[in-house]
Ligand binder design. Structure first.
Ligand SMILES: [Zn+2]
Length: 147
């Protein structure tokens, strides 16, 4: 079933009171972009939201990489400690990636994985991809995504 996007309907009664009728919406669980109206299939039998990244034009390559055997992580300030631990357990060097902010003070803006010329840098909102052959790549966050 194709997902539709029902627009909000705003009505004003005789007393001038405004009311809005709207359909619940579903956003991508990978990047947060809106996908359209919520559907029954968006929840599993236990009521948990299912993975809809394959429907998202931005995140589809990450979902396809997972199906091809890649391991992936979404990098955010909340996930960096776990991601760093996971990468350490793979015996790969990783550390916070620092850059000066608008105030000139250095701050962590992502994670550097590996050392030497093959290293990759992921920033907040990027997906880190570990390929079955051991290579690393980064799927950039959508332009304008919140960090
Ligand atoms: Zn997405």
């Amino acid at each position: 079933m194709k997902r539709t996007t029902t627009p909000d309907v705003i009505t004003v009664d005789e007393q001038g009171r405004e009311s809005t009728v709207f359909a619940l919406k579903r956003s991508c669980n990978g990047c947060g972009q809106p996908l359209g109206d919520l559907l029954d299939r968006d929840l599993d039998a236990d009521g948990h939201a299912v993975d809809v990244r394959a429907e998202c034009p931005h995140c589809r390559p990450v979902a396809e990489a997972e199906r091809a055997g890649c391991r992936t992580w979404l990098l955010t300030p909340r996930t960096i400690a776990r991601v760093d631990d996971d990468i350490d357990q793979l015996r790969v060097f990783a550390k916070g990636y620092w850059q000066p902010g608008p105030d000139g003070k250095n701050r962590v803006v992502g994670l550097r994985i590996g050392d030497g010329p093959d290293r990759v840098v992921a920033r907040w909102g990027d997906w880190i991809i570990r390929h079955p052959d051991g290579r690393w790549s980064v799927h950039k966050a959508p332009t304008g995504a919140a960090s």
